[in-house]
Design a protein around this ligand. Structure first.
Ligand code: NAD
Length: 554
């Protein structure tokens, strides 16, 4: 349910009343802070009719005109004080996204939207109240579904398939105990969501992060299905993770957590069924522990046939040449394709990177090799810039001695987040977490291209703004697919007991991505849509064709 607080007279026979109607939730940008807003007395609740989308107003006292509600308020919004609002004090109200109360048309108002979370009233009265609202965490899965529905509408996706793909296939949640170094036992919650295995086994990374939850994992699993379909590899989509902050644990604790998680997942993963890989805060070492634990649970004579249960392993434990850099390498191949089409010279071009982990640091290093200049970086420890250039190779060395963080690097000036987003650069590579490019930050960008290394770095509002600002996008499901492609190569090598040279891996990766890029650009031209919708259309077309051939059991 979504509603908004407002103060305005409703001419309904002179009587006020509260309407309670529901409407489907729209995706809303995430804001971390608590928002305090001043609203005037006579607050009314606006609810929206499901059928018409028109808000209805309920008058409480004076004629009010709230101009804009800039934030996606949450269900937890509360009126905490207020002289003339005593009757409503403490009442929980549901609130509404980006609703311009000037015209009362959600998303349709052309009025300039103020930054920050302040309600502005045309007619100010001394009777005020304090509203405390904690914005709802954006649902990443809502984001995926909105992207999916947009593409499905455009291409006229089969209505049955639409129902199927909007849902995940299996969702596993495991709670498991692990003994800590000090002999305490801690409980952990792990997830594995399998979205679709029509085109091949479920495939997708494992993330260790405090924000991991079922909604996020669902979204990430769904994106994996589209990704594998776009690049034409025989995998479906899955994702998993553990809700925790790995920086709080020792290496031996991390090993026990990983092994216990693998054991708890049991036969929900398997080399021909569901194959995990690294993602945020997981790496080759963690994959090696998963491999070893999984192999310990199968009979000895089957073990050598199961090394492809996980990809992204260390080379010595069955990994592939080129897997560690694969996602960054893929991003750079695709940027090169984009530059070739646009006749844009990458040597001397400037770029900024958010997230300096596996994906961000490799993309940065490989772009440097093309003569481009890194001018700003941000990670969880803060942001820094140097218009003369930051050497990514030097930064990688620094980071490896500083707990993986860029903070304190002497070769750049420390800057705040807003300045980071406003950096003058040609290319922005978000390579951290979801929803970083949103209604606020998108407007700050001054780049020509956003090459999405992260999964879901742009929310729906951010996406619309990028289009409005004519900033081109290499969408995540295409742009970061290099990782799953080389995972596929690793999987194949394990199955065939082969070991490919780096040149072979890179050559095959390049070919697959160049073809995928061409398919997406072609779909963008054919359907006259943005590149994200085009990438979805490519993926959904492949899935639709397979479904139509196979039919639905029984
Ligand atoms: P990683 O753990 O190696 O690095 C994550 C980086 O993001 C770190 O530098 C961290 O400091 C930074 N970060 C975290 N929170 C941040 C914040 N709030 N603001 C700024 N920076 C922040 O993870 P990774 O493997 O590089 O993955 C990064 C992104 O790429 C994720 O979205 C992941 O799903 C996606 N991805 C990864 C792969 C892969 O092969 N590893 C493949 C495809 C997509």
């Amino acid at each position: 349910m979504s509603t908004v607080l407002d103060n305005r007279k409703k001419k309904s026979g002179g009587k006020s009343r509260v309407e309670t109607k529901t409407r489907p939730r729209a995706a809303r940008p995430r804001t971390e802070h608590k928002l305090r807003a001043q609203a005037t007395a006579g607050a009314a609740v606006v609810r929206t009719e499901r059928e018409t989308g028109e808000p209805k107003l309920i008058n409480r006292s004076k004629e009010w005109k709230l101009l804009y509600v800039p934030y996606p308020f949450d269900e937890s919004m509360k009126i905490t004080s207020g002289h003339a609002m005593e009757s409503m004090a403490g009442v929980e109200v549901e609130t509404y996204k980006d609703l311009c109360l000037n015209c009362l048309k959600q998303d349709a108002c052309t009025m300039p939207r103020p930054e920050g979370g302040v309600w502005r009233c045309e007619q100010f009265e001394q009777r005020t109240a304090t509203i405390e609202a904690k914005p709802r965490k954006v649902s990443v899965h809502e984001n995926v579904l909105a992207q999916f529905n947009r593409a499905a509408d455009t291409m006229g996706l089969d209505s049955n398939l639409r129902k199927i793909l909007a849902k995940t296939t299996n969702e596993t949640v495991v709670n498991f105990p692990v003994k800590m170094d000090d002999n305490r036992v801690e409980m952990f919650t792990g997830y594995r969501v399998q979205h679709c295995n029509l085109l091949g086994p479920f495939k997708g990374g494992l993330r260790y992060h405090p924000a991991v939850d079922i909604d996020e994992v669902r979204a990430l699993a769904t994106w994996m299905t589209w990704k594998s379909a776009i690049v034409n590899i025989p995998f479906g989509g899955a994702k998993g993770g553990i809700q925790m902050d790995p920086s709080k644990y020792s290496t031996s604790e991390l090993e026990r957590i990983t092994r216990r998680f693998t054991y708890a997942l049991g036969s929900n993963i398997g080399p021909e069924y569901d194959i995990p890989a690294p993602d945020v805060n997981t790496n080759a070492q963690i994959m090696a522990w998963i491999l070893d634990t999984y192999l310990s649970t199968v009979p000895p004579h089957d073990r050598q046939r199961c090394t492809h249960v996980v990809t992204g392993k260390p080379i010595e434990a069955g990994g592939s040449a080129g897997r560690e850099k694969a996602t960054g390498q893929g991003i750079v191949y695709l940027i090169q394709e984009w530059a070739r089409e646009r006749r844009f010279d990458l040597s001397g071009a400037t770029y900024m990177v958010q997230g300096f982990g596996n994906v961000g640091s490799w993309a940065a290093r490989l772009l440097k090799q093309l003569g481009a200049k890194l001018v700003a970086v941000e990670d969880v420890s803060g942001a820094m810039a140097n218009p003369k250039g930051i050497d990514p190779d030097e930064l990688v060395k620094y980071v490896s001695g500083h707990k993986g963080l860029i903070g304190g690097y002497p070769g750049a000036q420390s800057i705040d987040r807003e300045t980071f987003f406003k950096t003058n650069a040609d290319i922005f590579i978000p390579a951290a977490l979801e929803n970083q490019i949103n209604a606020q930050t998108a407007r700050w960008l001054k780049v020509k291209l956003v090459a999405e290394g992260a999964n879901g770095p742009t929310d729906l509002n951010g996406d619309a703004i990028l289009q409005e600002m004519d900033i081109e996008v290499l969408p995540d499901i295409l742009c970061n697919s290099g990782g799953v492609v080389v995972s596929y190569f690793e999987w194949l090598q394990n199955k065939r007991s082969e070991s490919w040279e780096l040149e072979e891996v890179d050559g095959k990766l390049h070919k697959l991505l160049v073809n995928a890029f061409a398919r997406v650009m072609n779909a963008a031209r054919t359907f006259n849509v943005d590149t994200r919708t085009a990438a979805y259309i490519v993926a959904l077309t492949r899935l639709e064709t397979a479904y139509k051939k196979r039919g639905i059991f029984p």
